[in-house]
Design a protein around this ligand. Sequence first.
Ligand code: ZN
Length: 413
Amino acid sequence: MKKPDEYIKMGAKIPKGILLYGKPGTGKTLIAKAIAGEAGVPFISMSGSEFIEMFAGLGASRVRKLFEKAKKMAPCIVFIDEIDAIGSRRTSNSGAESENNQTLNQLLVEMDGFETSETIIVLAATNRPEMLDKALLRPGRFDRQITIPAPDLNGRVEILKLHSKDKKLAEDVNLKEIAGDTAGFTGAELSNVLNEAAILATKERHDAIQNIDIENAVRKITVGLEKHNRVVSDKDKKLTAYHEAGHAVVSRYLSTQNDVKEVSIIPRGLAGGYTMYRTNEDKFYVSRTELLEKMVALMGGRAAEKLVLNEISTGASNDLEVATGIARDMLTIYGMSDSLGPVSLKVDEAYELQLFGEEVVNEVGNQIRLLIENAYVTAQKLLSEHRDILDNVANTLLEKEKITSEEFEKFFN
Ligand code: ZN
């Protein structure tokens, strides 16, 4: 946008549409604004939901008006947030959907209509790119797609620095360490962490935000607030202590799993207790071994309940859900199954699975159960072998309610 002539002289066509996608809070709107700022051109923005009107035809006319305005202001950036609101796949021709289709058609007409010499660049944002009508992604429309991922470690440090500028931080605050504990957090979530920390620090009557306030804010956001006043029966306490000790002890013996950061049986949010792991540096790929061992660590809770109390509880429901999800993805997305082979069974609609034949569908179900069963057996074996440590950790939890990583390590010396 700064030097369009150079590109045109070379015979290059200036891209018209760029699709930004990433989960909510990653800063898609901020990036669009920054591009306009950097190029020194006007920024016109509208949200997809604003086009959706109860009166037929209004959505389409709004699109028309938006582009009329853009042509007058060119060169400029047009930003359409939540484009999935108008750009989702065209389906039937009834009611609200046909209104939607008209709006989408008008957008396509406008995108095709303007000349590249007008240097209008349309940026659109979505967190559901798979929902979009394929027609939007054709050449000459949104043919460039940019993923906006959650920030990496350095990114998180910088974002935390930025959002702590206007906050009173105590000397002991270590933003690098906080960044290390917040892998996967988006910019908006990091901003939220610091705000929560400021609220907690105020409640605690601290002079400034201390590191512990930020750590508590991270925990509040990930697992919910500690509920010290919830009455927990001794029986439930024992169950929770063994369940959490089971996770922690099992993962200690798995080489690919992250170190335990904290184990607690103080209820938080909906959970009776939790085991928190240190996050290692953000990884790009995950190996099969790592996924299998992650499942073993997840099964550690139920395995401990069964081994010690000879009873199983509803407390493992989330563990089972996550483990089943991993097993399913290993088989259907990552092609990591011996019996099914390196094949992707990822489909848009359930019926498409039938193309692979009934045998394959059944085999997926069998293999998922087998993977989980194996993980459960491995967890039980590890816990029986190290029963003394399991008992020590659980008893210490019953006594102190919380164990730090240093205290946890001592059980293994
Ligand atoms: Zn669990």
